[in-house]
Design a protein around this ligand. Structure first.
Ligand code: PHE
Length: 340
C-alpha cells in the first residue's frame, strides 16, 4: 500500500500542465471529493496499527505534493497569461526588420557610377556653393558672356566676390583639373541649382552626373564609343544620334538622343511621337578650358558630357512629374528597392 502511494507521489512530481483545465483535472483526481487521497484516508482504518504511522506520513506527503503542484502550476500559468497580455506571445517569431528603400535618384546615380567605374572612371565631388571662376569663368564663360543667361543662377553674394549655387557639376571638373594632371577619367555626380519655375518637367534643384576624360590623343570617336557603351548598359539600347549643339566649354558640342522606339502609347507620349529622346549634352573640351586649368592643350585633349539624373530616372521608371522626387511621399518612395 505504501509503495502504491509512493508511486503516486512520483506521478505528482512529474506532472506538468499547459492549461488551467489540465491543472483542475489533476486537482480533482488527487484532491477532489472522490479523489485518490480520499480513498487512502478511508483505507486508514483498515491499516494494521504498526503500519499506521508510516502509512499516515506517506499519505500526508502525497497530499502536500499534490497541493504544492496545483499551486505551483496555477501560478505559473497565471503569470504566463499576464506576460501574454503585456508582451504578446513570447514564443512568437520576431517581427522582420523593415529595410528602408533608397531614393530613386540615389539608385540611378549609383547605377551610372557603376557603369562608368567599370571603364576606369573615378568619382569626384565638390562644393554646392561655388565661386564665379569654377562655375563660369574657367569654363570659358567670361563676365558678360551671353551664355551665362542659359543658366538661371541663384546668387548668394555678389560683393566683393560672386558666390553662387552651382548651376552644373562642371565646376567640380574644373577643380579636378586644377588638382590633377592627365590622364583624367572622372565623373562628378551632385546637386545643382537653377532659378527656374517649378513644373512637372523642371525644378530649381536637380541632380547631374558629368564626366570628363582627358589624355593624349582623345578624339570624338572615343566620346561616341563611351556614350554607346553607357546607353547600352543603362537603357539596354544603343541606337543614339549626336545633334550639333552649343556649350561654351566644349567645341564641337553635341546633344545626345537615344532611340527610345514607338512601340507603345507611352513611347509616343515620352518621345512626342518621334521615337527619339534627348538624354545629355557633350563635346570635346574647349582648349581654353584646359588652359584655364593649367593643362597644355597642345599635348592633351579630352571630352566631357553631362546629364540630369531626374530626367533619366523619369525615363527608366516612367515617372511623369519631377516634383515627386522631392515630396518624400513614402507611398512613392516605398516602390523603389535596389541593391545598389
Ligand atoms: N554642363 C552642361 C549643363 O549643365 C552639360 C554638359 C557637360 C555639356 C559637359 C557638355 C559637356 O547643361
Amino acid at each position: 500500500m505504501v509503495d502504491k502511494i509512493k508511486n503516486y507521489i512520483a506521478e505528482v512530481e512529474k506532472f506538468t500542465a499547459s492549461t488551467q483545465e489540465e491543472v483542475e483535472n489533476f486537482r480533482i483526481k488527487f484532491l477532489g471529493q472522490k479523489g485518490i487521497l480520499k480513498e487512502f484516508f478511508a483505507e486508514f482504518k483498515n491499516v494494521p496499527n504498526e503500519s499506521k504511522k508510516e502509512f499516515g506520513q506517506t499519505i500526508n506527503e502525497l497530499k502536500t505534493a499534490a497541493q504544492d503542484k496545483v499551486n505551483e502550476l496555477r501560478e505559473a500559468l497565471e503569470s504566463k497569461l499576464e506576460e501574454n497580455g503585456v508582451y504578446g506571445d513570447l514564443t512568437r517569431p520576431g517581427e522582420p526588420v523593415e529595410i528602408g528603400s533608397r531614393h530613386p535618384i540615389s539608385i540611378v546615380k549609383n547605377q551610372i557610377i557603376e557603369i562608368f567605374s567599370n571603364i576606369g572612371f573615378n568619382v569626384s565631388e565638390g562644393p554646392e556653393m561655388e565661386d564665379d571662376w569654377h562655375n563660369f569663368t574657367a569654363l570659358n564663360l567670361p563676365e558678360y558672356h551671353p551664355a551665362r543667361d542659359m543658366q538661371d543662377t541663384f546668387f548668394i553674394q555678389t560683393d566683393p566676390e560672386e558666390i553662387l549655387l552651382r548651376t552644373h557639376t562642371s565646376s567640380v571638373q574644373v577643380r579636378y583639373m586644377e588638382d590633377n594632371q592627365p590622364p583624367i577619367r572622372t565623373i562628378s555626380p551632385g546637386r545643382v541649382f537653377r532659378n527656374e519655375a517649378i513644373s512637372a518637367r523642371s525644378h530649381c534643384i536637380f541632380h547631374q552626373v558629368e564626366g570628363l576624360y582627358i589624355d593624349k590623343g582623345v578624339s570624338f570617336a572615343d566620346l561616341k564609343q563611351t556614350l554607346l557603351y553607357f546607353t547600352k548598359q543603362l537603357f539596354g539600347k544603343s541606337k543614339i544620334r549626336l545633334r550639333p549643339s552649343y556649350f561654351p566649354f566644349t567645341e564641337p558640342s553635341a546633344e545626345v538622343d537615344i532611340y527610345w522606339g514607338l512601340e507603345t502609347e507611352t513611347d509616343y507620349r515620352i518621345t512626342k511621337g518621334t521615337g527619339w529622346l534627348e538624354i545629355m549634352g557633350c563635346g570635346m573640351v574647349d582648349p581654353n578650358v584646359l588652359k584655364n586649368c593649367n593643362i597644355d592643350p597642345n599635348e592633351y585633349s579630352g571630352f566631357a558630357f553631362g546629364m540630369g539624373i531626374e530626367r533619366i530616372a523619369m525615363l527608366l521608371y516612367q515617372i511623369s512629374d519631377i516634383r515627386m522626387f522631392y515630396e518624400n511621399d513614402v507611398r512613392f518612395l516605398n516602390q523603389f528597392k535596389s541593391v545598389l
